[in-house]
Design a binder for this molecule. Structure first.
Ligand code: HEM
Length: 129
């Protein structure tokens, strides 16, 4: 069995994010946001996500923002609803817990939860005043 340890660097971040995307893009509830609504090119999108999470966990300064704007555009095409956010968060925490344990693993889940708690309000406030 895999011995769990904390997220220790870029390689672990890439593993975590790509494993999460493998699940999220195939998920029955949220997969279509990636594959159809935004129809992202994973080869371009994944490195951005690696930078985003590496910056959160290791303060690299490599991610330059604009995350909310992307989700506002996405939400305008198809509304992101509470059950979508719940599924995103469940898949993310499950992926972290499946492979990692420690303070950075906890921090990743905590930061994801913070975004999950505020993003619906920001989207709602922007689009449905
Ligand atoms: C229902 C939940 C979510 C769905 C369906 C979703 C879906 C997506 C999609 C399809 C994109 C690509 C948009 C594009 O390039 O046009 C994207 C970008 C992104 N998402 Fe999410 N997302 C969700 C929640 C989150 C959460 C909770 C976080 C952070 C913890 C997050 C972080 C990001 C980041 C950093 C980007 C890249 C933005 C950029 O290109 O700079 N997302 N998301």
């Amino acid at each position: 069995m895999e011995q769990k340890r904390d997220i220790e660097g870029r390689e672990d971040v890439e593993f975590l994010v790509s494993t999460f995307y493998h699940k999220a893009t195939r998920d029955e509830l949220i997969g279509h946001f990636f594959t159809e609504v935004a129809a992202i090119n994973l080869e371009e999108h994944l490195p951005v996500m690696y930078d985003f999470w590496e910056n959160i966990l290791f303060q690299t300064g490599r991610y330059h923002g604009g995350m909310m704007y992307k989700h506002i555009l996405l939400n305008a095409k198809e509304h992101m609803l509470p059950h979508h956010f719940e599924r995103w968060f469940a898949l993310f925490t499950q992926t972290v817990d499946d492979h990692f344990v420690g303070p950075r693993a906890d921090e990743a889940k905590r930061r994801a939860q913070m975004v999950i708690q505020t993003m619906p309000l920001k989207l709602g406030g922007t689009l449905f005043p």
